[in-house]
Design a protein around this ligand. Structure first.
Ligand code: TRP
Length: 865
């Protein structure tokens, strides 16, 4: 930044320092002590009883002079004449003239002004502020008296400039009220730093809030931020980041356009924009840096960018040209409140080179609007104007008076000063607000006295109440502005909604979406996200080291669901419910049990077939009960066995169907008792066989102990043991139906819980014990003579029986839920068939197919088979 002294201002303080320096330089003469090195001329001046200053950015850009300190630096060159700011200047003049004409406001006094161009640059703004302080003429400043003939300054536009102006006035102890019409930076709320600062524009804290809500409203969760290198940009970005913190919006990048524009840096920024998925770019900047930036942007052929403009450039007329539409069309942003200034249109038209023949600014306006220069000079880049040029509506950059926004602020600011002055002058001595109830002296008003009245001022302007809060701020209200193509192809600012900061939270933003035209002339809302949203049924999984807006979508685990887009978590289904295929809703779990289905029907059929076969055998035996085969083999026991076997087969049926309290109790007990009965009978039979043959030896009286009665008693008592175990089981901890949700979490398996596993294994163990005993005895008897030695078949049947049940144990233990029942049924069926075939098939064979062998002799082995 160039040193302060570069401008060699003539303000008294600096003049003193010059004197100070010259005292030590022998070459300096007293006459040279205070020389005006450079003058800074105001753009417009008017005399009056009370003078107010005005600082406006009549140029949006400034070229820095060469600073090599070997010669006097040339004056700074301002570039880019801004007709809009010129309109503001005219608005200020209009307001002053209106007030002077008014008989109600400041009736016997006139207002004057002195308006300077700041070139939208802080240092030039400072220069302008100093020039304002000097009063009407720079040369004979009465400044050193300690107070300024000026009371207030309307300015500046940019916050950076306003800061400089406000700060400048403090160290020199020159209180002067600054009323800004465009400086919205949140930094001004610090009353200690800026005690004399007022403004008629809302604080940016509201704007960033509005922008954050806008981003959220359109679901733009991945956005870029670009700002200019000034306080306004810095504080606005800071504020926006604070607003976005904890919300679903993330910032993809933050870039800063350098103060001294540099294409290289701008191209880097554009590279970032091009690469990023963030299609929405929020820009806190003004014409100054945006103009060169957009020029370069247009050359880069970047498409699909949706600009969100801050209030500083959302109504900037420099960008309304047709050439901008393809790149800037669709821009949306918050514009400050508009107002109505009745006389403005006519007043603006009164400006002409004829009326202001020496005014450089008017010349520049003509150059900007007509491309011709009204004042012929050798340095002109433009042809000389014809003099016939008329200001028309189409010169919208200057003439647009349909919705003055900043101009309206300027107007308000002037009126605020006038009203305060008016109130100040109305003060009656002895009744005043100051010490000892005094009033301000009308011929020597001190700025702090005016400040008091400004703080208190309250007036109505076209239905709107104007006043300042304690921080000097005004009411937060914004229009939402959308850049659409007008009939001539240039850009028009269309109002598509509003943000009213005074409304309760959530109701501030009102958007008429259907009226918005988006970037690229689209009617659909642009998408600006890092990752596409996660559909219901999945959840977000944040990528490591990346912002929360960048995520992957992972499908919910089974048993969990998410029914909203972008769920952060999948939620567990309630008990007895399970996720559907898409994981979007919870459905009741499937209830499963061994039903009459693919597994149940064959089991039923087999058991019925088994039972019928057994009954068939029973019939055959009964029919041939008198034949040798039946009689030799202890017919009564055979019938018992057949009876028990039928029951065994039928037992199986209890395992099929939905488990109930009764079927559960019946399942194991019925089967164990029938099996016990069956094996007891077989055991009895084996004993008889063994006894019959051992009894042939003399002296043995075993047969006496194994008469039919005893046999029945053995069978009965053996079965009774099982009955007792079962009874104990049923009384103590009976099997009960239960819902198994552990095996397969998506299903409810209805099964019978054994109640007491000890009892269950006891029951099985007892059957096993009987079977083993039977096997051992039969094994001993297998070698005994006789063609039809039943012991052989019993051994064999017991082998099959044991094999089946040994296989059953591991299968049962590992079989899941409803299959355990099926395994048990199969074991029952298999072992029953085993017994049925081993014990009865050979006999039936003889009875039915070889009746000739059905004789006692043959069976006793006296005959060959
Ligand atoms: N609201 C902006 C500010 O407070 C408006 C503005 C005017 C601006 N001129 C500017 C912003 C120049 C940046 C640069 O500063």
């Amino acid at each position: 930044m160039p040193p302060f002294a570069l401008f060699s201002f003539t303000f008294c303080v600096s003049a003193l320092s010059f004197t100070h320096v010259s005292r030590y330089t022998s070459t300096a003469t007293a006459a040279e002590d205070c020389v005006l090195r450079n003058s800074f001329q105001p753009g417009f001046v008017a005399e009056g009883d009370f003078i107010i200053g005005g600082i406006f950015p009549l140029h949006y850009n400034q070229e820095m002079p060469d600073q090599n300190y070997t010669y006097t630096p040339p004056p700074v060159k301002c570039n880019g004449f801004d007709p809009r700011a010129f309109r503001w200047v005219q608005t200020m003049r209009l307001a002053v003239e209106e007030i002077n004409e008014s008989t109600e406001l400041l009736p016997n006094h006139t207002l004057g002004y002195k308006i300077f161009d700041s070139c939208a640059y802080p240092l030039t703004g400072q220069r302008a502020a100093l020039a304002v302080l000097n009063g009407l003429s720079e040369a004979d400043s009465p400044m050193c008296s300690g107070s300024s003939p000026m009371l207030a300054v309307i300015g500046e536009s940019g916050s950076a400039q306003s800061i400089v102006v406000s700060r400048l006035l403090r160290p020199f102890r020159i209180p002067m009220v600054t009323i800004s019409y465009f400086s919205s930076c949140a930094c001004f709320t610090d009353r200690r730093k800026y005690p004399t600062f007022f403004r008629v524009i809302p604080n940016d804290d509201y704007q960033v809030k509005a922008i954050a809500q806008l981003l959220l409203h359109f679901n733009w969760t991945w956005v870029g931020l670009i700002r200019g290198d000034h306080e306004y940009g810095r504080f606005a970005v800071q504020g926006l980041l604070r607003e976005l913190q904890g919300s679903s919006v993330c910032v993809a990048y933050q870039e800063m356009i350098p103060l001294l524009y540099n294409t290289q840096r701008a191209l880097e920024i554009m590279q970032v924009m091009r690469r990023s998925l963030a299609k929405v770019v929020v820009v806190f900047s003004a014409e100054g840096e945006m103009t060169p930036f957009l020029r370069d942007y247009m050359k880069q052929n970047i498409t699909g960018i949706q600009w969100v403009a801050s209030e500083a450039w959302v109504t900037a007329s420099v960008f309304t040209g047709r050439e901008f539409y393809p790149y800037l069309g669709g821009t949306i942003g918050f514009g400050i409140r508009k107002g109505h200034i009745a006389q403005l249109g006519d007043y603006l038209q009164t400006v002409s080179p004829q009326r202001y023949p020496d005014n450089v600014l008017v010349g520049e306006l003509w150059e900007a609007l007509y491309g011709c220069s009204p004042f012929p000079s050798s340095a002109n880049r433009f042809p000389v104007c014809s003099g016939q040029e008329v200001l028309l509506k189409q010169h919208s950059a200057y003439m647009n008076t349909s919705s003055p926004r900043v101009a309206y602020n300027v107007y308000k600011a002037v009126y605020a000063v006038a009203h305060s002055l008016h109130n100040l002058l109305l003060c009656q001595s002895g009744n005043g607000p100051f010490e000892n109830d005094s009033c301000a002296q009308s011929n020597n008003i001190l700025p702090w006295q005016l400040q008091y009245y400004l703080q208190e001022v309250k007036f109505n302007m076209a239905g709107e109440e104007v006043n300042f809060d304690l921080k000097g701020d005004s009411v937060p209200y914004y229009d939402i502005i959308n850049w659409q193509r007008g009939t001539t192809g240039s850009i028009e600012f269309v109002n598509v909604g509003l943000f009213d900061g005074t409304k309760p939270g959530g109701e501030e933003l009102v958007i008429q979406e259907e009226r918005i035209m988006w970037a690229g002339h689209q009617s659909e809302v642009p998408v600006s996200v890092c990752s596409p949203s996660c559909p219901p049924g999945s959840r977000k999984a944040v990528r490591r080291g990346e912002p929360v807006c960048c995520f992957d979508c992972v499908p919910c685990d089974s048993g969990k669901i998410s029914n909203q887009t972008n769920s952060v978590e999948c939620i567990f289904c309630p008990e007895d419910f399970w996720s559907n295929q898409d994981r979007t809703s919870c459905i009741p779990k499937k209830v499963e049990f061994l039903a009459y289905d693919a597994l149940g029907i064959p089991l039923t059929v087999i058991s019925v077939v088994g039972a019928s076969l057994t009954v068939g055998v029973f019939v055959v035996f009964f029919h041939h009960r008198r034949t040798a085969v039946v009689r030799v083999n202890n017919s009564e026991l055979s019938f018992f066995i057949l009876f028990a076997l039928t029951l065994c087969f039928l037992c199986c049926l209890v395992f099929i169907g939905e488990p109930t309290v009764w079927s559960c109790m019946l399942r194991h007990t019925a089967f164990s008792i029938t099996f016990s009965l069956c094996i007891s009978c077989i055991l009895g039979k084996t004993l008889v066989v063994l006894a019959a043959f051992t009894a042939t030896r003399p002296g043995d009286n075993i047969m006496k102990w194994l008469g039919p009665k005893q046999q029945r008693a053995i069978i009965f008592s053996c079965t009774l043991v099982q009955v007792v175990i079962c009874a104990a089981w049923l009384i103590d901890a009976p099997p009960y139906p239960s819902r198994n949700t552990k095996y397969e979490r998506s299903k409810i398996i209805l099964e019978c819980s054994v109640g007491s596993s000890l009892a269950f294994w006891c029951v099985l163990g007892y059957i096993g014990l009987q079977a083993c005993l039977c096997f051992v005895l039969a094994f001993l008897a297998r070698k005994l003579p006789g063609n039809f030695n039943e012991a052989k078949y019993i051994t064999f049947s017991m082998l099959i029986f044991s094999a089946v049940w040994l296989a059953f144990v591991p299968a049962y233990v590992s079989a899941p839920g409803n299959y355990a029942g099926a395994v048990e049924s199969f074991a029952i069926l298999a072992s029953s068939f085993g017994l049925l075939f081993c014990l009865f098939a050979p006999k039936c064979y003889i009875i039915l197919l070889k009746p000739e062998k059905n004789t006692k002799q043959h069976l006793m082995g006296k005959e060959k088979w």
